[in-house]
Design a protein around this ligand. Structure first.
Ligand code: 2PG
Ligand code: MG
Length: 405
C-alpha cells in the first residue's frame, strides 16, 4: 500500500501560453509526482473534453475541492483504482465535469509518485509485460510546420524526420541534423523571406506541400549519407483540418477520398515516406484501409484523430485493417489505465504504437517513459523548443541508465 496523503491542483501555462492544470500527488512514504497536462490544437472529435465549461478556473474553484478529498487515502500503487475513482467522480463518458486534462495530470502524477516512492524510473511502473526496456523508440521529429500549427505554411500540418537508429543517441542526432539542414535549405531558397517557427518548433515558410516534401526528403538523404543513420521523411497530414464537403482542399486543387488515397500513395513512393499520420478525415476508416493495403508494407500508417487513443475505435481499426499503427496521447482519453488498455490491444493486434506529445506542451519528460514502457515504435515529441527537447533529453537519460547506449 502506497497511501496518497496529498493532492494539489494549480494553474500553469503550456508552450502556447495557454492555461492548463498541474497536479501534485504525494504518498506517505515520500513519493511525489508533479505533472502538467498538455493541450492539442488539431484535436480529434472523439477526444475527451480537455476542460469543463469555464476552463481551468472551473477546475480550481468548483472541481478541485471534492475531487482531492476523494483521492486522498487511495493506493498510488493501484493505478487502475485511482483512475477508476477519476471516472466515478466525473460520472460522464468524456470527462466533461472534471476535464480530461485534469484527469491526465492526476493520473500521470499518481504513477510518477509511485515511481519515486519505489525508487524506480517511471517507465518501469508503466512497463508492459513484453517490454524489456532495451529497445528504444524511433524519433518522430517535426521539422516543418503547416496547417493549424503555423500561419502561412503548407496545408499539411507536419513534415517529419523519422529517425530509427538502434541507439536513441544516433536517432536524436540525426533528427536534429535534418531540422538544421532544412533551415539552411530554406534560407538558401528564400533569401529575402522572414522564416518562422510553428507551435512545435518546426520551420514555417511560404511554400507548398510538394516543395516542403522535397526539401525534407533532400535533407534526410543528406543526413543519411553523412551520419549513416536511417532517417526518412514522414508526414502528419492532420487531414480532417482541410477536409470539407467530401473533398480534401489543397490550395492548388481539391481531391475526393479516392484521389487522396492515390495522392498519398504517390508521396510514399516518390519520397520514401516511412511514417504517414492522419492522411484522411477522422471517420474514414475505409480510406485508411485502402492506403494500408497499398503501402502498409513500406510505411507506418498511423491513426491519430481516427482513433483518439480510444480502445473501442482501435478495435474497429483492427477489424477493418485501417492502419498498422496507433498514435497514443494520454489526454485524448484522460487516464493511464485507458491509455495502456489501448496500447495492449494494439500490440495484441499487431499494430505499432507511437507515444505522442501535444502541440501545446510543457517542459517535462514523462512521455519518454511512456514510450519506453509501452514498447512504442516511436516517440513523437517535436524537436526544437524546451518542451520538446525535455522529452528527447529524458529519453537519452533513460537509455543511458539502462546501459543500452
Ligand atoms: C497531432 C498533434 C501533435 P495537436 O496532430 O498529432 O503533433 O497536434 O496536439 O494539436 O493535436
Ligand atoms: Mg496528428
Amino acid at each position: 500500500m502506497s497511501a496518497i496523503t496529498e493532492v494539489r491542483l494549480r494553474r500553469v501555462y503550456d508552450s502556447r501560453g495557454k492555461e492548463t492544470v498541474e497536479a501534485t500527488v504525494r504518498t506517505e512514504d515520500g513519493g511525489v509526482g508533479v505533472v502538467g497536462a498538455p493541450s492539442g490544437a488539431s484535436t480529434g472529435a472523439h477526444e475527451v473534453k480537455a476542460f469543463p465549461t469555464g476552463g481551468v478556473a472551473t477546475v480550481l474553484s468548483g472541481v478541485a475541492g471534492p475531487l482531492v478529498k476523494r483521492l486522498i487515502g487511495l493506493d498510488a500503487a493501484h493505478q487502475a483504482g485511482f483512475d477508476a475513482a477519476l471516472h466515478e467522480h466525473d460520472g460522464t463518458p468524456e470527462f466533461s465535469r472534471i476535464g480530461g486534462n485534469t484527469a491526465t495530470a492526476l493520473s500521470v502524477a499518481c504513477a510518477s509518485a509511485r515511481a519515486v516512492e519505489a525508487g524506480v524510473p517511471l517507465w518501469k511502473v508503466l512497463k508492459r509485460p513484453e517490454v524489456d526496456g532495451r529497445s528504444f523508440p524511433a524519433i518522430v521529429g517535426n521539422c516543418l510546420n503547416g496547417g493549424r500549427h503555423a500561419v502561412g505554411g503548407p496545408e499539411i500540418q507536419e513534415f517529419i524526420a523519422f529517425s530509427s537508429a538502434s541507439s536513441p543517441e544516433d536517432s536524436v542526432r540525426a533528427a536534429f541534423a535534418v531540422h538544421h539542414e532544412i533551415g539552411e535549405a530554406l534560407h538558401r531558397q528564400l533569401p529575402t523571406h522572414a522564416l518562422g517557427r510553428g507551435d512545435e518548433g518546426g520551420w514555417v515558410a511560404p511554400i507548398g506541400n510538394f516543395v516542403a516534401l522535397q526539401i525534407l526528403a533532400d535533407a534526410c538523404a543528406s543526413v543519411r549519407d553523412r551520419l549513416r543513420v536511417p532517417v526518412y521523411p514522414g508526414l502528419d497530414l492532420a487531414a480532417s483540418e482541410f477536409y470539407r464537403d467530401g473533398m480534401y482542399r489543397y490550395r492548388e486543387k481539391a481531391v475526393d477520398a479516392e484521389g487522396q488515397v492515390a495522392l498519398v500513395a504517390e508521396m510514399v513512393d516518390r519520397f520514401s515516406l516511412r511514417y504517414v499520420e492522419d492522411p484522411f478525415a477522422e471517420e474514414d476508416f475505409h480510406s485508411f484501409a485502402a492506403l494500408t493495403r497499398a503501402v502498409g508494407g513500406k510505411t507506418l500508417v498511423v491513426g491519430d484523430d481516427l482513433y483518439t487513443t480510444s480502445r473501442a475505435r482501435v478495435e474497429r481499426g483492427a477489424a477493418e485493417k485501417s492502419s498498422n499503427a496507433v498514435l497514443i496521447k494520454v489526454n485524448q482519453v484522460g487516464t493511464l489505465t485507458d491509455t495502456l488498455a489501448t496500447v495492449d490491444f494494439s500490440r495484441a493486434h499487431h499494430m505499432e504504437t507511437i507515444a505522442s506529445h501535444r502541440s501545446g506542451d510543457l517542459p517535462q519528460g514523462w512521455l519518454a517513459h511512456l514510450a519506453v514502457g509501452a514498447g512504442s515504435a516511436g516517440i513523437k515529441c517535436g524537436l526544437l523548443g524546451g518542451e520538446r527537447v525535455a522529452k528527447l533529453n529524458e529519453l537519452l537519460s533513460v537509455a543511458a541508465a539502462t546501459g543500452a547506449d
